[in-house]
Design a protein around this ligand. Structure first.
Ligand code: NCD
Ligand code: ZN
Length: 350
């Protein structure tokens, strides 16, 4: 049994750090173990322009602990009115790394998202031309679509046609959550890659709904069946280059998680790399951990892997139940908070 493993420093290819006090409280959990992270633009209001993104990037940099070399990679929130010239100028001057699609009303802070897919085609054509990756919250939303089928319907109706119409465009199906999704990504690689969250690798919908309603397991895309979970574990631990780490860590104030209409998102950055290690160890695939956490993502984005390393050791600790972010009333519950965590980063912590 391996009890200690050294890997290249990982990157998080899907991260929400919010803004203000929540940014200051949540960013250090990522900065201490990860080299880079794709910062999601779904603030209120969303990050749609280059100037907004540059200012937000500065606020993220300012939230880093002293001495941290963590690099935020910014994204442009796609709307029906996004201007291809704005996207291109942001990409060319190094502010935007990618564009992010939120279908309107698919998830947290997505009301400004895309409602008419004919309108975004000029943006996709431009991204294809300049080599800019397209990140998708890949779910089709509508009254006739079952919430468990949203990913499959999106792939069928949107993604498959786009991969044909824009053969040079690089896609990321974010937080793939189903066996159908995994099978599709494999079939469409290397044009399509996919992030996998730690919690979709651990939870099934019986955990979420079967023993009382657990609002802290509510996220988009929703947690699916045990069969889906197993397909995700098989994909992540396979080493296949189309699958890579994206935590989708998404802190929310407690009151919003526990409201009558609860908000989707799981704050997992305090236990993320440790949880991936647990999943890979359980699958007897620790030899594939680095490929998933630190190599496949940069390759899909056309970037170099990090040169530093981190070392994980099998050594138990207890995750904090909550993180305070603006005095004692404002707090976010932590995914796996209060649980015993099996792995610990012992070297490479910033
Ligand atoms: C995310 C959030 O809270 O911003 N929530 C979630 O359930 N994953 C948004 C997203 O990535 O869908
Ligand atoms: Zn997300």
């Amino acid at each position: 049994m391996t009890d200690r493993i050294t890997i290249r420093k990982p990157d998080d290819w899907h991260l929400h750090v919010r803004d203000g006090a929540m940014l200051k409280a949540s960013l250090p959990f990522t900065a201490r173990h990860f080299g880079r992270a794709i910062i999601m633009p779904n603030l209120l209001p969303p990050i749609v322009g280059v100037k907004d993104a540059a200012a937000y990037r500065q606020r993220v940099l300012d939230a880093r602990p002293e001495g941290s070399t963590f690099t935020p990679l910014m994204t442009c929130y796609l709307t029906d009115h996004t201007d291809p010239d704005e996207v291109e100028s942001g990409f060319r001057n190094g502010v935007f790394t990618a564009v992010k699609l939120y279908p309107a009303n698919a998830t947290t802070n997505s009301t400004a998202g895309v409602t008419d897919y004919t309108k975004i085609r000029p943006v996709l054509a431009r991204m294809e031309k300049i080599g800019m990756p397209f990140l998708m919250h890949g779910e089709e939303v509508g009254p006739e679509i079952d919430v468990f089928d949203r990913e499959a319907v999106f792939i069928e109706r949107r993604l498959i046609p786009w991969t044909r119409d824009f053969p040079g465009l690089k896609f990321v199906l974010e937080h793939v959550s189903s066996k159908i999704g995994v099978d599709y990504v494999r079939s469409a690689a290397p044009q399509v890659g996919s992030t996998i969250t730690p919690y979709h690798l651990v939870l099934n919908r019986t955990d979420w709904l079967g023993y009382g309603l657990r609002p802290y397991m509510y996220c988009m895309p929703v947690i699916k069946t045990e069969q889906d979970r197993r397909a995700l574990v098989e994909a992540a631990t396979s080493g296949d280059s189309c699958f890579f780490l994206g935590t989708d860590s998404a802190p929310h104030p407690v009151a919003k998680k526990l409201a009558v209409v609860g908000i989707p998102g799981l704050f997992n950055s305090p236990v993320a790399i440790e949880t991936y290690a647990k999943v890979f160890a359980a699958a007897d695939a620790l030899d594939k951990l680095e490929t998933f956490t630190s190599l496949n993502g940069p390759r899909h984005y056309g970037l170099k892997p990090n040169t530093e390393t981190i070392t994980l050791e099998r050594s138990a600790w207890t995750a904090p139940e909550e993180v305070l972010f603006d005095g004692p009333e404002e707090r976010a519950f932590v995914y796996r908070g209060g649980e015993q965590i099996e792995w610990r980063v012992v070297h490479g912590v910033r």
